[in-house]
Design a protein around this ligand. Structure first.
Ligand code: IPD
Ligand code: CA
Ligand code: CA
Ligand code: CA
Length: 274
């Protein structure tokens, strides 16, 4: 690790940033008219996404000037994830921007820290319900300081799953096929609107399964939290050779351990991978 900070110090720092950014996000929604814009014509972004991004990335740069940052709103250069030598921060200043703009509570700040492509620390903070999920590698996962664990689900049929859909609607057919297969094989679906919280909810047993195609900032912190809560995390598709799996966002599947393989088979077959 560069700098003399321990991984626990790093997690504390990430948590402090996530809490402060969460306050900013709450304040902006409570006190102001949200200013919204579109990225690539379809994806909503608010002024609070940009303010939170500036605050978090500025604070990381100040404390760890030699580290790299991959952040959705200011530094979304995915090649950062491929360069493994320098420590990397992966930031989603607001995960759940559409929820945020509509006044829904499912909104999170997500901050992860990786060394050599392996995520070592992760914090996901939901400022509206006041819930902070946190994990340091090898030390378990907590929600507001209390240890959490996956649901222990044993069969897909009795499992509740969450997923999401991309902003661009170019190629929805494979997603609809997967959805069809999952709805037929599982108890029910929730589309909550924040990938980071979906995964943290698998970590604490409020959901049994999550799958989606997302970007590293959507899942990097939450994936570690789920793993540290004993859930199984992997991909139902292939990870390109040499790409760090901790940061590869296509075909992610995270679930209670006993159902991971059966669900992987359902998703692979619906995707035409087998
Ligand atoms: C989105 C949310 C959503 C997921 C999308 C993400 P954003 O992130 O996590 O649940 O379905 O794929 O892009 O844009 O709100 O940060
Ligand atoms: Ca996101
Ligand atoms: Ca975001
Ligand atoms: Ca976004």
């Amino acid at each position: 690790m560069s700098d003399s900070a321990s991984l626990r110090d790093i997690t504390d720092f990430a948590q402090a940033l996530a809490l402060e950014a969460g306050e900013l996000i709450r304040r902006e929604r409570d006190n102001n008219t949200l200013r919204t814009d579109y990225k690539q014509q379809t994806e909503l972004v608010t002024h609070a996404d940009l303010m939170a991004d500036e605050f978090i990335t500025g604070a990381i740069r100040k404390r760890f000037p030699e580290h790299r940052i991959l952040s959705e709103e200011s530094m979304p250069d995915l090649s950062q994830a491929e360069e493994l030598e320098t420590p990397l921060w992966i930031v989603d200043p607001i995960d759940g921007t559409v929820n945020y703009a509509y006044g829904h509570p499912q909104v999170a700040v997500s901050i992860a820290y990786a060394e050599k492509g392996r995520v070592q620390a992760g914090v996901v903070h939901a400022p509206f319900p006041g819930e902070t999920f946190r994990a340091t590698k090898g030390e378990g996962a907590t929600l507001n300081g209390k240890p959490i664990k996956h649901s222990g689900a044993t069969v897909p049929r009795d499992s509740l799953f969450a997923t999401g859909f991309p902003y661009t609607k170019d190629n929805l057919e494979p997603l609809v096929k997967r959805l069809d297969a999952m709805i037929h094989n599982c108890r029910d679906l929730r589309r909550i609107g924040s990938a980071a919280l979906d995964i943290c909810w698998v970590a604490c047993g409020r959901l049994d399964i999550y799958y989606e195609n997302v970007s590293p900032w959507d899942f990097a912190a939450a994936r570690l939290i789920a793993l540290e809560a004993g859930a199984t995390a992997g991909h139902f598709g292939d990870v390109p050779a040499g790409y760090p799996a901790d940061l590869y966002g296509r075909d992610i599947l995270i679930s209670a351990p006993a159902i991971w393989e059966p669900v992987r088979q359902i998703l692979r077959s619906a995707s035409g991978y087998d």
